[in-house]
Design a protein around this ligand. Sequence first.
Ligand code: G16
Length: 546
Amino acid sequence: MAIVSVVSRPFQDQKPGTSGLRKKVKVFQQSHYLENFVQSVFNSLPTDSIGSTLVVGGDGRYYNDVATRIIIKMAAAHGFAKVIVGHNGILSTPAVSCVIRKNKAYGGIILSASHNPGGVDGDFGIKYNIANGGPAPEKITDEVFRISKEITSYKISDVADDKVEITQLGSYKIEGMQVEVIDSVADYAQMLQELFDFDAIRQMFASGFNIRFDSMSAVSGPYATEIVEKQLGATKGSVVNNIPLPDFGGLHPDPNPVNAEDLIKIMYANNAPDFGAASDGDADRNMVVGKSLAVAPSDSLAILAANAKLVPGYKSGLAGVARSMPTSTAVDRVAKELGIPCFETPTGWKFFGNLLDADMATLCGEESYGTGSNHIREKDGVWAIIFWLNILAVTKKSVNQLVEEHWDKYGRNFYSRHDYEAINSELANKLMASLREKITALSGKAFGQYIVDVADDFSYTDPVDNSVSKQQGIRIIFTNGSRIVFRLSGTGTEGATLRVYLEKYEADKTKFKQDTQDALKELIDIAEEVAQIKSYTGMSEPTVVT
Ligand code: G16
């Protein structure tokens, strides 16, 4: 066993996006590609990382095990004292965050491309998280990218792969570095027990409440099976697709009504279970479904915030809430009622980290099916679902009742996201550039009853460290509070994805049952008129509507 230095050549395309570096598996399989990125991460770390602990785990997708072993061998070469790794290389994203915090680790590496499809022809991803358990902020990812463009070698232990054991729980050494293979679920499950009223939820299940939790053959399976079935007593078989598969069984593990269509069919049929839930590839996203009602993520955040005091971990109230800019303003209304601040950040969970660390926000959420709190520094799918179950157990209300009563009290924010996927990147950039040119002229302009109040390119100044993030999405805000937002996704791996976010506030109770797309029709037309999406993309309609 020895540490060797391997000569490589820099790649120019290792810029981390919204959430780490995501590429096709085949890109990661190129010689030195993964190693270069990992070395760039290690080179960006201060020298006190030497002798510290690193956590490694992933969502079990294709290449997870290979990459895990490479990272362990490189961590030994960097001089980490210890690597904590999930059994078989598996840890959900929230579990990595939990394990980093619990062990006061220096940081962690998460292997996941989240909701993107897996398998040999699918996507792979890698992300570095810092000591607070959250995604590295932009100043670190920018530095990693800078190093990756210049790097010409990396260091790795030449230990044989079969000596890098990840399939047996326990501890051993490589090059003097301790490797501890841990149970993937235990620490995370214990954390949830401390936050929620498991007894109340157990009683609800014992009284006949039923759930269908679709893990979509991704990493939430072991977590949901242990917690929902074994610890909370849901009927065996309530968690479906609960074995994480390298290709997610061909499923697209993105918990929205389009990709979780099986769950939606069941929840919209007669005799639907009381509660439907799904989570994504790495278990940080969640979708909650009532009977014939898929709860919009922005509403879910608002409802959790409004009812948080019913849950033991949040019984003393919330310091504040935060949402990403494109997320609907439903939670803003709750914050106003509670008399707490509501922060609006750019898209990307990393932007919540400072607010959570500074105890300025307790709950955070995004339109992209992500909800979380200060219990860790990632969004957390299983946590969000148990949060809902806790509220239902205490209030003895159904999902539908909770949602409808929420709308009655606060009004309804009709909300939808239209995605145009895999469009030519150059055309997508032209479309955004043309929008940027138009925005100043839009101010005050009337589109039927909609009058533009503010049109800008969202810029965020972090209230904790004063860092500024510019060009985070074009916002058109109307005088009646309705909004259209345009931005390009930072998580895709093929061409560009244009996201158009549409929001309309409705206070009239007689209109709450309207179909969302109908309610948003005028805004959809205005978005097309302003951005000329059809002529830029050649697409007559979005590829995904959520
Ligand atoms: C990531 C980020 C989220 C973001 C989502 C979509 O989630 O952590 O903050 O909302 O991507 O980003 P985009 O609109 O740029 O594609 P995940 O679950 O993919 O890690």
